[in-house]
Ligand binder design. Structure first.
Ligand code: SAH
Length: 491
């Protein structure tokens, strides 16, 4: 059986610019062959079971020669695999996409092409440069600035100047002085606006805007490196006015997002939308206790409880799994009131058709405990094995009978600490959504100096834990993701 190859354009770097079709192809791939310019956030979408082959090319020496890449694609497809060839930007724009299809076509291997968002258009857009504008130009030209080692650029600068259009050069950083000189020698005005944009659409994007005459020197001063694109044309004069990306509130900020592995990365996505450079660092995981004799016993005796309390969104799922295993369903809770620590936990109950009777105004265990000080027992606590003391203390003090059932354990994930260690050299923002994420973070970085960490904490207990390890902390006003986002924006 023959497999197939899908040539997918990954876009310029911002993971949000991968197309839906490209993402679907990636999720279904059995083999992914990718280039250097594909960003880590997109590589993270490769399914774990897929074989990932890095054929990343450096500009002067090819890690894997082109004919070998072509052969890898052919061989994997002939093995019957669904192969995705993932390339930066658009696969057909200076991407050798055509060359890679030739061998497949010769062997009758089915293939498809998913166009990508090319850097030639999107990088100027992120730098505030509309590539055409009726007031300034009526054409756009995309040119390679790559010169083969030791040879001259083969660019018809006269022809380019005569078009009066916007010029976009890819692969041109090392030829920048020659490109600018070529245009000036062809008679373009030295005052023509121009720009070079490095690592466009990524949190580390940098741009230099200058006149054509001054651009090479300014770019050298700023030490602009590849990948970067060069734009020449009057539209570059709009770059300061339309500078939306560099003006995002978190542009250039390094943020480490600690969270449980099983919780979706919406916080990371929202931070990226605000321009932050996000490192996902899942350092804890909740594991349901199995077997769980205490929970099974409580489920057998559900009738005797007046309240059932959940202190995390994972609690209801674990409880209902065991309830079903005991041959019961939600009707077994008919006489029991439900308390949830916050709206996410209440939403996890809604999934089972149940509305929480009590959610404290501030979503943490101190406030939940206070809100429950007058309830009638017995109370069943369904929570982590190392839960906070606030609830048991308040029940003891008020002589409310309760049973504290450990339903799940929090275990440390030990993610690869190298990227985070490197970030700790400078001030860095780290988000913590529970005291256990603080402990998981600290545990994964033995001996690290945490004094430059600014811990953005979801609530006071989390903040207290972070302070113990010498971090500076700020605390969200309310224990919600929205409030945590606000808090990060303000620091
Ligand atoms: N097929 C790709 C281009 C491949 S050639 C596309 O459609 O975008 C590689 C060149 O693309 C780099 O040398 C650089 O000029 C440009 N490039 C790609 N990604 C870029 C980025 N994020 N920022 C700036 N330039 C980029």
């Amino acid at each position: 059986m023959k497999g197939n190859v899908i040539l997918v354009g990954a876009g310029p770097g911002d993971p949000g610019l991968l197309t839906q079709k490209g993402r679907q192809a990636l999720e279904q791939a059995q083999v992914v062959v990718f280039d250097r310019l594909v960003s880590p956030a997109i590589l993270a979408l490769i399914p774990p079971r897929a074989e990932a082959i890095d054929v990343g090319k450096e500009s002067s020496h090819h890690l894997v020669p082109q004919d070998q890449i072509n052969r890898i694609l052919l061989e994997k497809a002939l093995e019957g695999k669904r192969v995705v060839r993932l390339k930066g930007g658009d696969p057909f724009l200076f991407g050798r996409g055509g060359e890679e299809l030739e061998l497949l076509e010769e062997h009758g291997v089915p293939f498809q092409v998913v166009p990508g968002v090319t850097s030639a258009l999107s990088v100027p857009a992120y730098a505030g440069i509309p590539v055409t504008h009726r007031d300034f130009c009526s054409s756009l030209h995309i040119i390679t600035g790559h010169a083969k080692a030791g040879s001259e650029l083969h660019i018809d600068f006269d022809a380019l100047r005569r078009t009066g259009g916007t010029l976009v050069f890819l692969m041109g950083v090392s030829s920048l002085p020659n490109i600018c000189k070529g245009l000036l020698d062809a008679g373009m005005e030295p005052s023509m606006p121009a720009a070079v944009v490095e690592r466009g659409t990524l949190p580390g994007q940098r741009k230099v805007v200058a006149t054509l005459a001054e651009l090479p020197e300014k770019a050298q001063e700023a030490r602009i490196k590849s990948p970067a694109i060069i734009v020449v044309g009057k539209v570059c004069g709009l770059s300061d006015r339309f500078d939306w990306f560099d003006s995002l509130p978190l542009k250039g900020r390094e943020v480490v997002v600690t969270r449980p592995t099983d919780r979706s990365g919406t916080l990371s996505e929202r931070l990226r939308q605000l321009g932050a450079s996000v490192t996902d660092y899942p350092c804890i995981r909740t594991v349901a206790r199995d077997p769980s004799p205490e929970l099974d016993q409580a489920i057998r005796e559900l009738d005797r409880y007046r309240w059932l309390v959940f202190t995390s969104p994972v609690g209801p799922g674990i409880f209902f799994d065991r309830l079903r295993a005991a041959g019961k369903d939600a009707r077994a809770l008919a006489g029991v009131k439900l308390a949830a620590i916050g709206p996410k936990t209440a939403a996890a109950l809604e999934v089972h058709g149940l509305a929480a009777d009590l959610v404290p105004e501030v979503y943490d265990s101190d406030n939940l405990a206070r809100a429950m000080a007058g309830v009638e027992g017995p109370v069943l606590l369904c929570r982590a094995s190392q839960g906070s003391r606030a609830l048991p203390e308040i029940f003891e003090k008020n002589r409310i009978p309760f049973v504290d059932v450990p339903c799940y354990d929090t275990v440390y994930e030990n993610p690869d600490p190298a990227p985070v260690r490197a970030l700790l050299e400078r001030p860095v923002l780290v988000t913590f959504t529970s005291a256990s994420t603080v402990r998981g973070f600290v545990e994964s970085l033995p001996g690290a100096d945490l004094s430059r960490v600014l811990g953005c904490c979801i609530g006071p207990q989390t903040a207290a834990e972070a302070k113990k390890y010498g971090m500076t902390v700020v605390t969200a006003k309310e224990a919600t993701m929205e409030s945590l986002m606000e808090c990060i924006k303000e620091v």
